[in-house]
Design a protein around this ligand. Structure first.
Ligand code: PRP
Length: 187
């Protein structure tokens, strides 16, 4: 008997359509400018790769990685950059790309850190926004989908490093084991 189930939240087709819309909006907003897109590893790499290929403005890509320390799945409030960008962002138009904003602590720390380096502008683009889970107020500039609380996987989002490559996004329902063995959540 399976110990858990998963439910599709957004299909590959829905995701593709929404990402194309977002790219059009961003392209309009940055018309005539060059964008530095900063992906937040690891979760954002798939969203970012689709987004930048749909942009109609020139862009450069860089990556940053943050770790938050605390028990369980939730940020503790203590965030640290474990891999920094390699680009001098002074005067550049910077767009941070995140897979998900939950408590808001990670993105808040990243925006404060990058803002202190004097970019020309700094905005945040997030694929999934769990607004109801904020520990601090944070509004992203571009939001793919707003979602309720629940454990989501796929399209870059993982569960214990699994399921990132799923092309659709799923919610895992209660009962899933912390160490999925590949058979607990049916593909
Ligand atoms: C996730 C996500 C964000 C952060 C959001 O990263 O990519 O960076 O958590 O949570 P918050 O709003 O509560 O701070 P995660 O630590 O799961 O790493 P990953 O992207 O490498 O999977």
């Amino acid at each position: 008997m399976p110990t858990s189930s998963k439910e599709m939240l957004f299909s590959q087709a829905q995701i593709r359509a929404r990402v194309q819309q977002m790219a059009r909006e961003i392209s309009r907003d940055y018309a005539g400018r060059e964008l530095l897109v900063v992906g937040v590893l690891k979760g954002a790499f798939i969203f970012m790769s689709d987004l930048i290929r749909a942009l109609e403005v020139p862009c450069r890509a860089d990556f940053i990685r943050a770790a938050s320390y605390g028990a369980g799945d939730e940020s503790s409030g203590c965030v640290e950059i474990t891999k920094d960008i390699e680009t001098d962002i002074t005067g550049r138009d910077v767009l941070i790309v995140e897979d998900i904003v939950d408590t808001g602590l990670t993105v808040q720390y990243l925006t404060e850190t990058l803002r202190a380096r004097h970019p020309g502008s700094l905005k945040v683009c997030v694929f999934l926004d769990k607004k109801g889970r904020r520990k601090i107020p944070f509004e992203a500039d571009y939001v793919g989908f707003s979602i309720d609380d629940g454990f989501v996987v796929g399209y870059g989002l993982d569960f214990a490093e699994q399921y990132r490559a799923f092309p659709d996004v799923y919610v895992i329902h209660a009962g899933v084991e912390k160490d999925p063995d590949g058979g607990k959540v049916d593909a």
